[in-house]
Design a protein around this ligand. Structure first.
Ligand SMILES: Nc1nc2c(ncn2[C@@H]2O[C@H](COP(=O)(O)OP(=O)(O)O)[C@@H](O)[C@H]2O)c(=O)[nH]1
Ligand SMILES: [Mg+2]
Length: 296
């Protein structure tokens, strides 16, 4: 229940921007009016053109409680296709390996720390790998999170090969019988092909330890970039095989509707959402909770 409260609090700005105008929009009796007003409100709410159209079609000219229909369609968008199965967050290997990718500032390092804390609190032995080797500050930041989460961190000096950090970290994680290894990475998109090559290389060297590694590769997306998340998701998904998305910074943005746009356009499940900078501010994503927190 505290998860839900946090999520609801995190979505406050999106809800403020969306709910009252949506409620007004669904009351239009003229279908033309209804479509137009809904379209406007949904696009303003960063829901994206295609998801907006789906929602409008589910209401306009249909019988039934429109607010109910709207919620059902949002749920269908968020929970359909890849992502229809509930996520168990189960660790499938010893160690289980999670690779976090995304652009600079999207929240990878913070998410690595939050995830580490979450599993450590369940008694799991967690290791963090400092795969962003470009800035000393990045390595330092991960070390701070490791301390906060009370887990180990494996790093090399600044400028070292990220793939070699990842490989060595997995070697150590196996040797130490760790339950979970989380690999943080760099995200300099201005050097796009280098970054994608580096990420692909990290995946390749992890696989030298076994085809199953990494078990999960998550793209970390900053919610405040709204519709730009779509092109980022497509770009990363082409270059690195992704298993899911983590959407951060839902707090403090009115663009929370972007999750619907991303789910409509990219067939990748959202696994977690970030709703703050604190260690506990990472929520597992459940479509029902999200719709309820957004609209209720
Ligand atoms: N408000 C808020 N800030 C976040 C969240 N996740 C990350 N941040 C902040 O975003 C900034 C960039 O995060 P960082 O983890 O360093 O991004 P990275 O470059 O992808 O590793 C930091 O100031 C974080 O505290 C979130 O869910 N909510
Ligand atoms: Mg980082």
């Amino acid at each position: 229940m505290s998860f839900f409260k946090n999520l609801r609090a995190g979505l406050a700005k999106t809800r403020d921007g969306l709910v009252s105008s949506l409620k007004k929009a669904v009351q239009k009796d003229n279908n033309e009016d209804l479509r137009e007003t809904l379209e406007e409100v949904l696009i303003m709410g960063d829901v994206g053109v295609h998801a907006a159209d789906r929602i409008i079609e589910s209401i306009a000219g249909r019988e039934g409680d429109r607010w109910e229909l709207l919620q059902q369609e949002m749920l269908a968008i968020l929970g359909g296709g890849n992502g229809a199965e509930p996520y168990t967050a189960e660790l499938r290997g010893k160690p289980h390996v999670i690779l976090l990718v995304g652009t600079n500032g999207s929240g990878k390092t913070t998410t690595a720390g939050k995830l580490a804390a979450k599993y450590a609190a369940q008694g799991k032995r967690v290791i963090l790998a400092a795969g962003d080797t470009y800035r000393a500050a990045a390595i330092e930041q991960l070390a701070v999170w490791a301390k906060r989460a009370d887990v180990e961190v494996i790093s090399q000096e600044r400028g070292s090969d990220a793939a070699s950090v990842a490989y060595d970290a997995l070697t150590a994680a196996i040797a130490r019988g760790a339950d979970l290894l989380i690999v943080d990475t760099a995200g300099r998109l201005q050097n796009r092909s280098n970054l994608m090559e580096e990420l692909a290389k990290i995946r390749r060297v992890l696989k030298k330890h076994g085809e199953e590694y990494p078990h999960e590769t998550f793209l970390v997306l900053d919610a405040t970039i709204g519709q730009n998340a779509l092109s980022q998701a497509k770009l990363f998904h082409e270059a690195v095989a992704l298993d899911g998305l983590i959407v951060t910074k839902l707090d403090g943005t009115a663009k929370g509707g972007m999750i619907l746009a991303v789910r409509q356009e990219v067939d990748l499940p959202v696994r977690y959402v970030g709703v703050g900078e604190g260690i506990d501010d990472l929520m597992p994503f459940a479509p029902e909770d999200f719709v309820k927190a957004l609209l209720d």
